[in-house]
Design a protein around this ligand. Structure first.
Ligand SMILES: *[C@@H]1O[C@H](CO)[C@@H](O)[C@H](O)[C@H]1NC(C)=O
Ligand SMILES: *[C@@H]1O[C@H](CO)[C@@H](O)[C@H](O)[C@H]1NC(C)=O
Ligand SMILES: *[C@@H]1O[C@H](CO)[C@@H](O)[C@H](O)[C@H]1NC(C)=O
Length: 418
């Protein structure tokens, strides 16, 4: 048998009245100073399970102050976490004493589980993370019965994000606090009258900058129950994304790609550079869309408008390629032009239209002349008809203006700006 067990049995049989009378070894005595006495007296016949009021009709008013330390926000998961020191203060009618009876002690520290504490629940909590509305910390109690606890709590709430203006998006995230089951007549949550929010040593999270916090107390009066209120404390955080990185990756390249498309339309059709540049631009759109597809958060409801911009720009580039192919065939035409085309050309050449049409494909091109001279007059018939070339000029100018306008509108509507 183990020696310890033998000793225990021996002690049990032979000295059991002694142990019962005195739990501690000799020489150890219970602290008898005023603080220990006060602590013991306060908790005597105290129950932390009930509201600390002598009359059940009385309200416990809980003042709340948030001292925000840090916040993080996952826009994809739509969860928003605020780390803060939450100061709560209320009156406990059973924790009062006369300092004169206890060596002039005016304040004492007690553990939060020893006394009644308000359960402040987060209404829009992220339910996938277990968040108790109970807290554990040391509280101070003063002789008038004011209890103050400052637990360090991380609240995770759900925040509906709006990504339309990504990466220059500003998000409003709101946290709603209140008592889960008590009415406002039982436990009334209010703000501290001075400084309901403290942001002195707040640190911004990695991707977000806190612009503003506002607080509001919702009185919680509903038509169903005119005699009861369900007050809520509402904190709204306005966050702005730190956009320099995403802007460099997405916004600037998309403008560059637009400039390539736009400038290639100004080039001549005869040298294939125009077609090559346009094809390069189209290819760039594809690569770019694939690339930013990984970076951009995509929600069905609100797609970032920059994504729509690249999509539309891709369609414009494709159109430009098709029109360029058409122009290439037009300027080689040698058939007689139809009548309507000739009249249209005349109309534009005489009117103010001639200022907008640029003479890209000059019918009297010097290189053509040389060619024609070398080949002799026999080639005269196969020389492209001036009417076709004029019409091609017209079409080209028209396309440039349309593309320019389309891009102007797209940039105004779809490019997010700071
Ligand atoms: C965000 O909050 C501000 C005030 O804090 C308000 O003016 C604005 O309308 C809110 N935006 C949204 C989308 O709720
Ligand atoms: C709760 O406190 C607010 C002010 O903070 C006050 O207007 C309201 O009347 C109080 N409610 C009750 C039931 O005491
Ligand atoms: C609210 O209180 C008034 C007066 O005390 C009472 O007459 C009325 O019936 C109460 N209403 C409800 C819905 O309890």
């Amino acid at each position: 048998m183990h020696p310890g067990v033998t000793v225990s049995i021996w002690l049990f049989f032979f000295s059991w009245p002694v142990i019962n009378a005195e739990d501690c070894p000799p020489g150890r005595e219970e602290a008898r100073h005023e603080e220990a006495k006060l602590h013991k007296d306060l908790l005597c016949a105290y129950s932390y399970e009930y509201r600390p009021v002598t009359d059940h009709k009385k309200t416990v008013t809980v003042k709340v102050r948030f001292s925000i330390k840090y916040l993080s926000f996952d826009a994809l998961e739509e969860t928003f976490t605020v780390h803060s020191w939450v100061a709560m203060s209320w009156m406990d009618e059973f924790l009062r004493w006369d300092p004169a009876d206890y060596g002039d002690i005016k304040e004492i520290q007690m553990e939060s589980h020893e006394v009644w504490t308000p359960r402040m629940a987060l209404f829009n909590a992220d339910a996938t993370m277990y968040q108790s509305d109970l807290f554990y910390t040391t509280c101070t109690v003063d002789y008038r019965g004011t209890v103050t606890c400052v637990p360090h709590i991380a609240h995770s709430g759900i925040c509906r994000t709006s990504l339309t203006r990504w990466p220059y998006d500003v998000q409003n995230c709101t946290l709603y606090f209140g008592s889960w089951m008590h009415k406002g007549e039982q436990v009334n949550f209010t703000f501290y009258s001075n400084q309901p929010i403290v942001t002195n040593d707040f640190q911004n999270g990695p991707d977000w900058k806190l612009l503003k916090i506002t607080n509001e107390r919702l009185p919680g009066v509903y038509a169903c129950c005119p005699n009861d209120t369900y007050p809520m404390l509402k904190y709204t955080f306005v966050l702005k994304r730190e956009a320099a990185g995403p802007a460099a990756i997405v916004v600037v390249p998309s403008i560059v790609i637009v400039l390539i498309t736009l400038s290639s339309v100004l080039l001549g059709v005869k040298d294939n550079i125009r077609l090559m540049l346009l094809c390069f631009s189209l290819f760039g759109h594809f690569t770019f869309l694939t690339e930013i597809g990984y970076d951009i958060p995509k929600h069905g409801a609100d797609t970032p408008i920059i994504l729509l911009f690249v999509r539309d720009s891709m369609i414009v580039t494709l159109t430009a390629i098709l029109v360029t192919l058409l122009l290439m065939s037009l300027i080689k035409r040698s058939l007689p032009a139809p009548g309507w085309m000739i009249s249209l050309n005349r109309l534009l050449a005489s009117g103010p239209g001639k200022y907008v049409v640029f003479t890209e494909f000059d019918p009297n091109d010097s290189s053509k002349h040389k060619l024609a001279e070398e080949d002799g007059n026999a080639q005269e018939e196969t020389k492209p008809s001036t009417d076709w070339i004029q019409f091609a000029n017209l079409l080209n100018s028209f396309m440039f203006i349309v593309i320019f306008l389309v891009y102007f509108i797209l940039i105004c509507v779809y490019i997010p700006y700071d």
